[in-house]
Design a protein around this ligand. Structure first.
Ligand code: F6P
Length: 530
């Protein structure tokens, strides 16, 4: 590994002073630095990666034995070593695949049986007088279905779906207000069925339903691995959809946690979503690294974060319906690869996964793009856009959307130099020092890298492929960094301290064991809560 990293650092030193734009002097740059699977094209030509750098990046994959780890994952080996679990969310979308073995047992019959139960239940709800579905969950039990339900709104033909995640009472109060309890289905989505936010919201929803004349006995469903706990909560087994511990929370939208999506778009639409994910799995397993979209996305990410030292990356979907994708990817990427310890317990030798953030274009252009274009930090940008929207009568909106997306990546790469800025200011009537001063504010350094993912239309199949693409990208990055991408010990300490702080905030225990700052903040709460 060390040699592969050293080669990349050397490559960075050799190439850092050239411009990305200059790479286009070589004919065929766009074709050579893009890859396609199905109808989906990933363009990374607007980065400073050339053939030699790409080869050095691929050496990193070989040195880390990504192919071996990939085979181990798909074969159901316990690659989540700190929890002793297999990682098999891919089995949930293995619709036409063969057996998938965990400890010698084929898990597919169970997967397909649960999927069929979900279909029957979803159809039953869609045919009933249920008008609204409230999914109560947090993290992976919320972000995936919430993002996908919004992304696929043109395909909705079922009840309205709402999502409650935050323990802040404002979230559930605002969501339930205006809903009719008698025609609402509440889905409690929690892998563990212990998460404090979800269980607090679930109890509040149950009380609301009882008070408002609904029937929690028939209008609650649960999505969980913990059958004993769902029973204790009072949800009958026929409305509990279970899954196994080899499905990580942030990888769980493909199974029962996706029930709200299935209810919204119907079982056929959900199947198409699964098939999109499965198609990406096949591509990931069989395409050469230089043509392999998840591997390329990972390599571009590694080049920017671990080699060039750029500390964040922006995800910029030019699609209003993907406005929750950055939130979803924050959990997927940062909960997976935001770790400082390698699988063997030693410290990670390069920086861990980058900060992932973003927003839908064009809104972001009017918020934070200023920093992306002229700030002192380089933020690699990941654009995505569909060739076609769903609003046929508003095609001109979509053309404008695409033009903006392409304009941003072009502007980031080209920039605008001082001479051009000076000419512009002179044309505007400025002269002398004032012309110079004004011109300097209008310089765009340029040479800022970006990638673009483009596809015909955001349909269920394509969304499935996009989500699986990012999942495998995270996997590849994790393997290269030596990280276990499938645990999340970093969320535990805060949870433990919140539990110990609850009685202190309530006032039944004193804050004497807390630090002075925490004690003073608790004291402020006590004095001001009325
Ligand atoms: O934030 C930690 C976490 O464990 C996530 O990994 C998970 O998606 C989320 O909490 C919710 O967990 P559960 O589905 O068990 O309620």
């Amino acid at each position: 590994m060390n040699d592969a990293w050293a080669a990349l650092r050397a490559r960075h030193s050799e190439t850092r002073d050239r411009t990305i734009l200059s790479l286009f002097d070589t004919a065929g740059r766009a074709e050579a630095f893009s890859a396609q699977t199905g109808d989906m094209l990933f363009d990374y030509a607007k980065t400073n990666i050339d053939a030699e750098t790409r080869a050095a990046l691929i050496d990193l994959l070989e040195a880390a034995d990504v192919a071996g780890r990939r085979a181990a994952m798909f074969a159901g080996q316990p690659i989540n070593e700190t929890e002793g679990r297999a990682v098999l969310h891919t089995a949930l979308r293995n619709l036409d695949g063969g057996p998938v073995l965990v400890d010698g047992q084929d898990v597919m019959p169970g997967v397909l049986e649960t999927l069929e139960r979900m279909r029957v239940f979803a159809n039953h709800i869609r045919d009933s007088d249920i008008t609204d579905v409230v999914n109560i969950g947090i993290g992976g039990s919320d972000l995936g279905p919430a993002m996908a339900v919004q992304a696929l709104s043109p395909y909705h033909d079922g009840p309205r779906c709402h999502f409650v995640s935050n323990v802040d009472g404002a979230h559930i109060a605002d969501t339930l207000r205006g809903l009719e309890a008698k025609t609402t289905l509440v889905i409690v989505a929690s892998k563990t069925f212990t998460t404090i936010e979800t269980m607090t919201n679930a109890r509040t929803a149950k009380a609301w339903m009882q008070e408002e004349g609904g029937n929690p006995g028939t209008q609650f469903a649960a999505l969980s691995t913990a059958a004993d706990k769902t029973a204790a909560f009072g949800i009958p087994a026929e409305r509990v959809f279970g899954f196994e511990d080899w499905v990580g929370g942030r990888y769980s939208v493909w199974g029962p946690i996706g029930l709200s999506l299935m209810i919204a778009i119907g079982p056929k639409g959900f199947d198409a979503f699964l098939r999109g994910g499965q198609a990406m799995d096949q591509h990931f397993r069989h395409a050469d690294w230089a043509e392999n979209l998840p591997a390329l996305l990972a390599l571009v990410g590694i080049w920017h974060a671990q080699v060039c030292g750029y500390e964040s990356r922006a995800v910029l979907p030019y699609d209003q319906r993907l406005s929750q994708l950055p939130d979803y990817l924050q959990q997927l990427e940062m909960e997976s690869n935001g770790k400082g310890v390698q699988m063997d317990g030693s410290a990670v030798t390069v920086s861990s996964g980058p900060v992932v953030w973003g927003a839908a274009g064009t809104n972001g252009q009017h918020a934070f793009y200023q920093l992306i274009h002229q700030g002192t930090r380089v933020v690699p940008c990941e654009f995505m856009v569909a060739a076609q929207g769903h609003e046929a009568d508003l095609a001109h909106h979509h053309q404008l959307l695409i033009a903006n997306c392409l304009a941003q990546s072009e502007a980031l790469m080209r920039g605008r130099n001082l001479d051009v800025a000076r000419d512009r200011m002179a044309e505007a009537g400025f002269t002398g020092d004032e012309c110079e001063r004004q011109a300097r504010h209008r310089v765009f350094e340029g040479n800022r890298p970006s990638t673009t993912l483009i596809y015909p239309q955001l349909d269920p199949f394509t969304l499935g492929a996009i989500v699986a693409l990012y999942e495998h990208r995270v996997f590849v990055e994790g393997v290269v960094l030596g990280i276990n991408s499938f645990d999340q010990w970093g969320v535990e300490l805060g949870k433990e301290l919140a539990t110990s702080l609850q009685p202190i905030v309530e006032g039944s225990e004193g804050a004497q064991d807390k630090d002075g700052s925490t004690a003073a903040l608790v004291d402020f709460v006590h004095r001001h809560r009325g």
